[in-house]
Every structure is written in C-alpha cells, then in structure tokens.
Design a protein around this ligand. Sequence first.
Ligand code: PRP
Length: 189
Amino acid sequence: MDWQEYVDEILISPEALQSRITDLGTRISHDYAGKDLLLICVLKGGVMFLTDLMRKITIPHGIDFMAISSYGTGVRQSDGIVRILMDLSTDIRNRNVLIVEDIIDTGHTLDYILRLLKARDPASLRVCCLLDKPSRRQVPIAVDYLGFSIPDKYVFGYGLDLDEFYRELPLIATLRPDRYNQFIGQDKT
Ligand code: PRP
C-alpha cells in the first residue's frame, strides 16, 4: 500500500530534519575537534540518521554498528528485556564514543547499551538521538545531542519502520489512528 495512506500528519519535514541534523553535525564537529571520535549506530532505526549526520560532521571519525532487540517480533514486550543481536567490530577502549539512535521511548535500550559500553572503558560516552518521547520514559537517560522532542504518537519514516517498511522515507510521519489496530502489538514506535 502507498505509505501516504497510513499518514495522519507529517510531523517533521525533510527540510526540518536536514536543518536540525546540520546543526547537530556542527556542534559535534566543534565539541570533538582534535579527538578520536567513533560513532556507533544502533540498527536498524538509526541508519538513516547516521548516514546524514556523518556527512555533516567535518572532523575525521569512525563508525561502527550494533544491533539490539528489546521487543519480540509480533508481540510487543514492555518488560524492558534487551538482547544483543550483533556486537561492535571495534575495540572502543580509550575512544570517544557517540551513540547514534533514532528514538528514545522507554529508555531501556539506551540504558542497556550505555551500561554495556561503559564497561569497555571508552574515553567518553555520549548519546546523540534524533527523536525523544519524554512522556514514555521508564528509565532516565541523559541525551547529549537531541534532534526533536515529540509527543507520544506512533511515528514512522526516516529509519523508523511500520512493520519493517517505509524506513526509507525522508520524513517523520504519524500513523493514522484508524490504522492502529493493524500495527499495534508489532512495534511500539
Ligand atoms: C527502537 C529504536 C530504539 C528503541 C527505543 O528500536 O530504534 O533502539 O526502539 O525504545 P526504548 O527506549 O523503549 O528502548 P526497535 O526495537 O523498534 O528496532 P529497530 O530500530 O530495528 O526498528
């Protein structure tokens, strides 16, 4: 089905996304000047954000990926159980690590990743997240670089999926309420 048939509203336009990402890239480039910066992208949702953000970072930096699953396929789990599906290929000891995520919802995923990576002795460990749903938080997380704070609505596009589709959209859309039943129970964002 055409993605537009699922849209309630365009929450964040392509222009607004790119403008904010340019600002974040500028700030990160300034803050990490002269430092050994490693961006860690959390798959799959963070991939669009990472590829745009890294093109706005003007200092040398490395990238790596990890995959985390906090929710089972089909049925939503809200118990905060997080699993590691794919680990980093890089040793992060003494490196300046910046985690790149698409969205913080309950906070369980980032809480798990932060504790996991901190134990590996990076020189520094910070979080860059595109979207935040503060009203959904169950675990407090300090976000160092934030794109947008958004209301508790089901969003998709720009890395975030609707039943694994539409991650490629250049914008963030909210799901039409009359389509909720089709997707509730499969994904929480
Ligand atoms: C989403 C998102 C975060 C996590 C945030 O991932 O990318 O990693 O949920 O939720 P939390 O704050 O409640 O832990 P998801 O499990 O949907 O996987 P995906 O990125 O592969 O779509």
